[in-house]
Design a protein. Structure first.
Length: 221
């Protein structure tokens, strides 16, 4: 599995303008985009996911071109899962319904008591069976994160993009969830791309670290 990114994008206007010009390639199973807030990490991640359209460049994942001149694959068809910093769970859907939403056709919410073997598999894998009928507000921060990950993985993506996945957790939980994410990645042989501003995340994830500052790649490690 390889990622080949070369993207240029200008945001804002003459009064306040941000320019992203980032290029990197990696075949590492854990890719970490590291830098301070406002460096352009989230912008880069969203262009890879197809949530933002670059002005120029290309995005290729596993040899498949997702963006280039004349090519712009819709987000749903990219085989790229995006886990938002706040997890973006639907508050009116249960844990099980949130996980199942990723495989529902169109915008129809999964029925609350419907049984789906794929959903049950991921609930069991993430130890969420006991809270399957709970709503996001009724479960812990770690359980919400696992719900978001299960929803991302049920669609069998080529790569999972995580936007500051530990920043919303309290310090005690943060360390455990770093370990859980590494263990999950190894067990399922996933390719992950994680963005963070925390050097402790960089150390714990021990991946291919790409430093980004002011919209540019400043280091590769």
């Amino acid at each position: 599995m390889s990622v080949d990114v070369d993207i240029r994008l200008a945001l804002g206007d003459a009064g306040k303008r941000f320019e992203l010009d980032v290029a990197f390639t990696s075949s590492h199973r854990r890719i970490v985009l590291y830098g301070p807030s406002g460096a352009g990490k989230s912008v880069a991640l969203r262009t890879i996911a197809g949530l933002l359209k670059p002005d120029a460049g290309h995005v290729r994942v596993d040899g498949r071109t997702l963006f280039d001149t004349g090519i712009d694959v819709p987000p749903r068809d990219r085989g790229v899962a995006y886990v938002f910093q706040d997890y973006a769970l639907f508050p009116h859907l249960t844990v099980a319904q949130n996980v199942g939403f990723a495989i529902a056709r169109g915008w129809i919410n999964p029925r609350r008591h419907a049984r789906n073997d794929r959903v049950a598999h991921w609930l069991d894998l993430f130890e969420l069976g006991a809270v399957a009928d709970h709503y996001p507000a009724q479960v812990s921060g770690g359980q919400r994160q696992r719900t978001a990950l299960a929803r991302a993985l049920i669609a069998e993506p080529r790569i999972v993009l995580l936007d500051e996945p530990f920043s919303a957790l309290d310090p005690a939980l943060r360390g455990r969830m770093r370990d859980e994410l590494r263990a999950l990645q190894a067990r399922l042989d996933l390719q992950l791309m994680v963005i963070t501003h925390d050097p402790a995340d960089v150390e714990a994830l021990d991946g291919h670290t790409i430093g980004i500052r002011d919209g540019r790649v400043e280091s590769r490690g």
